[in-house]
Design a protein around this ligand. Sequence first.
Ligand SMILES: *Cc1c(COP(=O)(O)O)cnc(C)c1O
Length: 392
Amino acid sequence: MKKKHSDTSKFAVETRIVTTGREFAEHGFVNPAVYRASTVLFPSAQALLDYNQEYTYGRKGTPTSRALESAIAAIEGGHATKVCSSGLAAITTALLAFLKPGDHLLMTDTAYLPTRKFCDGMLKRIGVETTYYDPGLGAAVSGLIRPNTRVVFTESPGSQTMEVQDIPAIAAAAHAKGAIVMIDNTWSAGHYFKAFDHGCDVSVQAATKYFVGHSDAMLGCITCNESTWPVLKDAFEELGHFAGPDDMYLALRGIRTLDVRLERHMKNALDMADWLRGRDEVADVLYPALPNAPGHTLWKRDFTGASGLFSIVLNTDDFKAAAAMLDGLELFGMGFSWGGYESLCIPFKPLRTATPWNRKGVCLRFHIGLENTDDLKADLAAGFTRLNAALA
Ligand SMILES: *Cc1c(COP(=O)(O)O)cnc(C)c1O
């Protein structure tokens, strides 16, 4: 990092995670400053009219936002990135950028619930039709693509139930018929699934999760390949998105330890998933990284690692018994979001419209944090004792 604006593309991704964006730091400091900025002054009336200086207005970018955006683009392996105030805002902005009245959208049936709400709400109101498709369709998604299908949206693994999609097959089918492919890449943090190498055109993430990594800020990011970038950039600026400088700084700070944090999340999650699979109370463990789990073959082919998020199906459908287990947990918090250093466990009910969810048992979603897994197992074992007592 001796040269300013040095090109980090020659480095391995672990090195890029630690270096990209640091050219925005000044005076020898390791980290770039937090620019709290709206007005940027111009040196003359003519310069203001010409508008051709590097920074022109707070919303149009600061050294803080550019440092974060270049770091995320490097991790995702994309052309360029825009950062906005939440993961959901990133998803809706990416969809609005490429869809207009009369267009058709193919949306995976396992999409993050608020993504579905946006399709059924605002997109419907502006005349965009959504068809939900079975996440298990690979090349066969081709049969659902119409002449007016502009976007095929994927999320892999799917929210809550963790179905892994055959992204290269879906991308080939979409591109053959002139549609672009987007992915909600939050689960892999863009670190363990290289969306652009697998045919995606746009990769969206809730940076709230693993980039921030400490449950203390909300942000979203949209990364594009070269051909989709101009359209996305214009839409992003037309909609007036930006994000708070302190939040952006927290994400940049979180990113520097992304590789080591994810490595431990995966190690702990694999340990816990394997332990849970051995429990009598558990009917199924939905964690693609676990050998023989659903989606494992595709995960192994396309991913280089796994995050700490997975789900299980209990053998019982007695919610009160499951609640007795959950309510007494000491180390597992109950709450939305995930991707911080701490463990979480929540119950959920899968929502499907294209494919039925036939499992009877109570579903639980775990985020495995950085704690010692012996402590986590003891906490859950005590929980299972409460569950069994409630069922007896
Ligand atoms: C949390 C999440 C989002 C939304 O992110 P926010 O920052 O909470 O708006 C989108 N997609 C997935 C898969 C998520 O888990």
